[in-house]
Design a protein around this ligand. Structure first.
Ligand SMILES: *Cc1c(COP(=O)(O)O)cnc(C)c1O
Length: 270
């Protein structure tokens, strides 16, 4: 992949939509002062020149879904970009992912096998652990990947999610369990989906609270070795173009916006 300059026309289009999304993020999170959510610009299938235009407008966090595409883009784009992998995670791709020096986070961890593969493949001279988010299936749709939610009534010893979190903490020194991620229900109709989305956000929060309590019980009083550094507590990655404002109002820490910044995507031809 070679890196071309974005056209002046495309640049002004992107700068404008990025500024609009940023303003909306700011407005939706103004009720919780001191808390600055992270906007991840989801650039899958979009050309590297689009990313460069946003980068030059100050955007550093970008999300990609396909390992090879991410690897190629990372090679030609600036090294201080923070890449978030948000696609389906397969253990056999862990090596390629782990070789990207500025891979900032993997948001779609869903098995001990993948955690172990990532931990093993990461270079030992990486300056900081790789942040991971466990993907949670908050809508319960079978088409969605992610692990089951937790509630206060859950049996944590038989919960795949609790056990994966524990595995990352105890067995994966090159990973830092940063938080939980959800995609949420498919949009069926606007009004019904709004209700559904909010239920998804509430379920992710409840899951986070239960898991935080569980991990706290395991590790005693020391400094938390999970969650956001120096802040403690698992963070929440929830909210996309159609619902990021609702997600922020519900307490999201990270929103992932693609279409709202880059416009519609054509289907990936593989
Ligand atoms: C594509 C994608 C997004 C962005 O979706 P938009 O609706 O375009 O904002 C966010 N999260 C994940 C996991 C995605 O795959």
């Amino acid at each position: 992949m070679s890196l071309e300059r974005p056209s002046a026309e495309r640049t002004s289009e992107l700068v404008e939509s990025l500024a609009e999304i940023r303003a909306r993020v700011q407005a939706a999170s103004s009720s919780s002062p001191g808390h600055t959510p992270t906007l991840v610009a989801v650039s899958k299938i979009k050309p590297a020149s689009d990313i460069l235009a946003c980068y030059e407008a100050g955007q550093l966090d970008f999300g990609e879904n396909y390992v090879q595409e991410l690897e190629e883009k990372a090679r030609v784009l600036p090294a201080d970009i923070r890449w978030h992998f948000i696609g389906t995670l397969q253990s056999n791709k862990a090596k390629t992912l782990a070789s990207i020096p500025n891979l900032h986070a993997v948001q779609t961890l869903n098995s001990t096998k993948a955690a172990s593969a990532l931990n093993k493949a990461l270079p030992s001279d990486r300056p900081y652990p790789l942040r991971v988010f466990i993907q949670v299936n908050t809508s319960g749709e079978t088409s969605k990947s992610g692990l089951d939610t937790l509630s206060s009534a859950s049996d944590l010893d038989s919960s795949e999610l609790a056990q994966l979190a524990r595995y990352v903490l105890t067995e994966c020194p090159k990973l830092r369990l940063e938080g939980l991620m959800t995609i949420g229900a498919l949009e069926l109709s606007l009004s019904a989906s709004e209700v559904e989305k909010n239920a998804d956000f509430e379920r992710l929060k409840e899951t986070r609270d239960v898991l935080d309590g569980y991990l706290g019980g395991l590790s005693g009083d020391g400094e938390k070795s999970w969650g956001r550094q120096g802040w403690g507590g698992l963070t929440l990655s929830m909210g996309m173009s159609s619902d990021f404002e609702a997600a922020l109002k519900a307490g999201s820490d990270i929103v992932r916006v693609g279409t709202g910044i880059f416009g519609q995507r054509v289907k990936k031809s593989t």
